[in-house]
Design a protein around this ligand. Structure first.
Ligand SMILES: Cc1cc2nc3c(=O)[nH]c(=O)nc-3n(C[C@H](O)[C@H](O)[C@H](O)COP(=O)(O)OP(=O)(O)OC[C@H]3O[C@@H](n4cnc5c(N)ncnc54)[C@H](O)[C@@H]3O)c2cc1C
Length: 590
């Protein structure tokens, strides 16, 4: 018997309520309040995703001594020239407008200087102190106020609903909505929309150690791929150097801010050696994030790590009073799991933090599939090979707003097409089959294997042999995950949700592996020990993936359009004004 489902008719369907989804909803509503807008959230509004976890802040040019050109140059140098320059320019040009909007219309209040101007702090890789913040809880301020604004409008909210799959219309020509699952009841719905936005926030949660919000499982990227969207730069996964190691606690992987190293903290290996002397004897712990993260990883891999597979951050030589006074939040976080950061070394590890890759978009967030928009961490191109701290939340706000405006403008002329019912029924049947009770394979051993595999082969140090082995192992894991079943009923069945999560994470892991194998050089966050140098002549190209007609994953490259600035010109400009990214030695938290 065919499973029944509710049909939700809407003009705009927005999937995800981080900075991108919330900005899109507000902009679309304010542009045209007659539009029916439905906001679907896998977690809870205001309490899900990574935007609310933003500690450090938001980059915007506000000071007359700063300039859009400097921010642009920093962004391209950080991204090692893989960025889509038009997207990067749009980011820096519109980031200040969204800050004004956040304060004047949304109701945020950021930290200020004594003279009343917004306070902006230093962040790694930036030639000017341009990071706007609210203490070290900037994300809560932004998401909290945006959420209040959503509640104040006629926006339909479906919390604890997960999008399972995008749906085409009957001709297959345009995206007509999505199949949804109500996590609380286990019932299905199909949202039928004139325009759909993916803003589910990517998130490298397939790695053994990760800082990203646990409700994210790369669903948007997996759905985009299955719907025929093109994705780019999937090999570019950013690792933060100091994720807290706290055993099986959920807090493991959470970021201990980079200001600890900036203030003079030491990194020690399991033998008590300041191992950065081996990798960057000049800058030591103050080297850039990618170098420190990779060095820690190599120490651990070479058997010089701690007994729990990490390294140590030691602040004790700076004096407990200094550490407590300047890093109260970090001390508190460590105390919660029994560590005394001010007095003892604390175990840390690199932690998977952010995905620079994602769906290829236009300046208005349109994907290559008609009717499908993408914004925030689900989209690629803005950050190139490496994102600057502070540019992530700015990206979500800027491109979420642009997508909301564009969707509102497009909706009145767009059809609310009949969706392909056969595909909807197949998606629902496949999802229900994962609720087969005992007999199928358990998902958790598969998830553990995935986490170790991604960490070891698709992580901070890669090579062709391991990537090829990993691709075979991923295929086997995908086969097993397809046969996995959950025990228990439909209501709030987290094992069932984890099967769906792991299936998406395995697909996106394959995109990372194939892209990483294709890029035979090292650049930004992608390090190949068999090709340890950057190669501008061959590799100023984006690696892209797309589902081919035969169902295989097609991998191809596109030259980066150097539409505004060439690398050599940037180096010249940087020489006369802006410091090189690598020369900045006092990184702040992110
Ligand atoms: C610990 C930490 C600190 C950070 N600090 C900074 C910083 O200081 N500055 C900075 O610029 N960036 C920072 N970042 C990065 C920043 O958080 C991201 O760049 C940005 O917030 C992503 O926004 P988003 O709207 O794309 O996604 P998110 O804010 O992650 O929101 C994703 C939303 O999608 C929902 N969702 C997921 N799957 C589905 C599904 N299948 N169906 C429906 N809904 C779904 C989630 O529930 C959530 O509501 C930090 C990240 C982390 C992890």
């Amino acid at each position: 018997m065919t499973e029944p489902y509710e049909i939700v008719e809407t003009d705009l369907l927005i999937l995800g309520s981080g900075g991108a989804g919330l900005f899109a909803a507000l902009h679309a509503f304010d542009a045209n309040p007659r539009l029916a807008i439905t906001l679907v959230v896998k977690g809870l509004l205001g309490k899900s995703g990574c935007t609310r976890m933003v500690q450090g802040g938001y980059n915007a040019v506000l000071d007359p001594r700063d300039s859009l050109e400097k921010h642009f140059l920093d962004t391209l140098r950080g991204g090692q020239f893989l960025n889509d320059q038009e997207l990067a320019w749009t980011l820096v040009a519109e980031a200040p407008r969204r800050i004004v909007e956040l304060e004047n219309q949304v109701g945020c209040f950021f930290d200020r200087r004594p003279d009343g101007r917004i306070h902006q702090k230093a962040f790694a890789g930036q030639s000017f102190d341009r990071t706007v913040h609210k203490g070290d809880l900037t994300g809560q301020e932004i998401v909290g106020r945006l959420t209040e604004q959503v509640y104040a409008r006629q926006i339909r909210l479906l919390e604890e609903h997960r999008a399972l799959e995008l749906l085409s219309d009957r001709s297959g020509g345009r995206i007509a909505g999505a199949v949804l699952l109500d996590i609380r009841t286990g019932r299905f719905a199909v949202a039928q929309a004139r325009a759909t936005l993916l803003a589910t926030g990517g998130g490298p949660t397939m790695y053994r150690i990760t800082a990203a919000s646990a409700d994210k499982s790369t669903d948007g990227m997996a759905m985009a791929y299955r719907a025929g969207a093109e994705l780019c730069d999937m090999e570019m996964v950013q690792f933060h150097p100091t994720g807290l190691l706290a055993g099986p606690s959920l807090i493991s992987g959470t970021v201990l801010e980079e200001g600890l190293r900036g203030a003079g903290g030491y990194l020690l290996n399991g033998r008590g050696e300041r191992f950065m002397a081996r990798y960057d004897p000049v800058r030591m712990e103050r080297a850039t994030r990618d170098i420190v993260a990779r060095s820690s990883y190599l120490e651990i891999r070479e058997g010089r790590g701690t007994k729990h597979g990490g390294v140590l951050i030691d602040m004790s030589h700076l004096g407990p009073e200094f550490v407590e006074r300047h890093f109260g939040g970090m001390c508190e976080r460590c105390r919660d799991v029994g560590f005394d950061l001010a007095r003892q070394p604390v175990e840390v590890s690199p932690t998977a933090h952010y995905m620079m890759g994602g769906a290829r978009i236009t300046l208005d967030g349109r994907s290559n599939r008609e009717g499908l928009f993408v914004a925030g961490e689900d989209a690629g191109g803005v950050h190139g090979a490496n994102r600057l701290g502070g540019n992530g939340v700015a990206d979500s706000c800027v491109f979420g707003a642009r997508a909301g405006d564009a969707m509102a403008a497009a909706a009145p002329g767009a059809p609310r097409s009949a969706f392909d019912e056969a595909i909807a029924a197949a998606v629902i049947a496949e999802t229900l089959a994962a609720l087969g009770g005992p007999g199928g394979e358990e998902i958790y051993p598969i998830r553990d294997e995935m986490r170790h595999l991604t960490w070891d082969a698709l992580g901070l140090v890669r090579n062709a042999r391991d990537l090829e082995t990993a691709l075979a192992a991923l295929a086997a894991l995908r086969g097993r995950a397809a046969r996995a079943t959950a025990r228990g009923g439909r209501r709030y069945n987290l094992e069932w949700m984890d099967i769906l999560n792991v299936r998406n994470q395995l697909l996106v892991s394959e995109m990372i592996a194939r892209s990483a194998l294709a890029r035979e050089e090292s650049r930004g966050s992608h390090y190949r020990e068999d090709f340890p140098a950057a190669n501008d002549r061959a590799w100023l190209r984006n690696v892209c993936v797309r589902r081919a007609a035969d169902g295989d994953m097609a991998v191809f490259t596109r030259p980066v359009a150097l539409s505004r600035l060439r690398p050599e010109e940037a180096e010249r400009l940087a020489g006369v004004g802006a410091p090189r990214t690598a020369d900045l030695t006092v990184p702040e938290d992110e």
